[in-house]
Design a protein around this ligand. Structure first.
Ligand code: HEM
Length: 185
């Protein structure tokens, strides 16, 4: 019998967000390196805004879905410190997935009194956050930069822990996230 594991919806949301976050880091670093004012920079930036807003919306949906559908319980054999570490890192991930795109949204909204929207892919208008003062620009930039590196660090820790649980140690900890299956099943 398969052990307790996340279901298909949780698995789909997990992998869609993982792919979007990796793509978003690539897009962000690519446009950041391009010279100011070039059309290429503008095009990459439209992708960056669109993927970032998508990450924000999917994260809100994912959190709502998780509250309504609690994750599978940890196996009884899992040590207390590992449960605490897993809970803390997952919570940290949700916080990053909300605050990182929000800081980007604040960044592009700051000091904009003449326009109410920004443009996403396909010319789709997206509202700017009203009333964000110019002085919010720099703090939002710092938050964005710090959380980018927090994402990279957490990603490495998370992937290392997941791969360790999947392939080594306690078998009851493997196969919790689809499409992975319990070791030996
Ligand atoms: C999870 C979502 C996001 C990730 C992982 C992400 C990642 C990045 C990365 C890697 C950079 C390049 C930083 C550098 O090397 O200078 C960047 C810059 C930037 N991003 Fe995002 N971003 C996200 C969401 C957003 C959103 C939703 C917006 C706006 C709607 C946005 C607006 C910006 C802006 C304006 C910059 C340039 C910052 C500056 O001037 O220093 N980002 N982002």
């Amino acid at each position: 019998m398969q052990n307790a594991r996340y279901n298909g919806v949780a698995g789909a949301l997990h992998w869609i967000l993982a792919i979007l976050v990796v793509a978003q880091l690539y897009i962000g670093w690519t446009f950041a390196d391009l010279p100011r004012g070039t059309p290429a920079k503008g095009e990459w930036f439209v992708w960056h805004k669109t993927v970032g807003i998508l990450i924000l919306l999917i994260t809100v949906g994912r959190i709502g879905w998780r509250v309504a559908n609690p994750p599978p319980p940890f196996p009884a054999t899992m040590p207390g410190w590992e449960r605490a570490a897993a809970r803390a890192s997952h919570l940290f991930f949700y916080a990053i997935l909300l605050i990182l795109p929000l800081s980007g949204w604040v960044l592009i909204s700051s000091g904009k009194t003449d326009v109410a929207t920004t443009t996403l892919l396909g010319g789709m208008p997206w509202p700017l956050i009203p009333g964000v003062p110019d002085s919010a620009h720099e703090p939002a930039e710092v938050v964005h930069a710090v959380l980018i590196w927090a994402t990279v660090a957490l990603f490495v820790v998370h992937a290392a822990a997941a791969l360790r649980n999947q392939y080594f140690g306690d078998r009851a900890l493997s196969g919790r996230m689809p499409p992975f299956r319990r070791r030996g099943d």
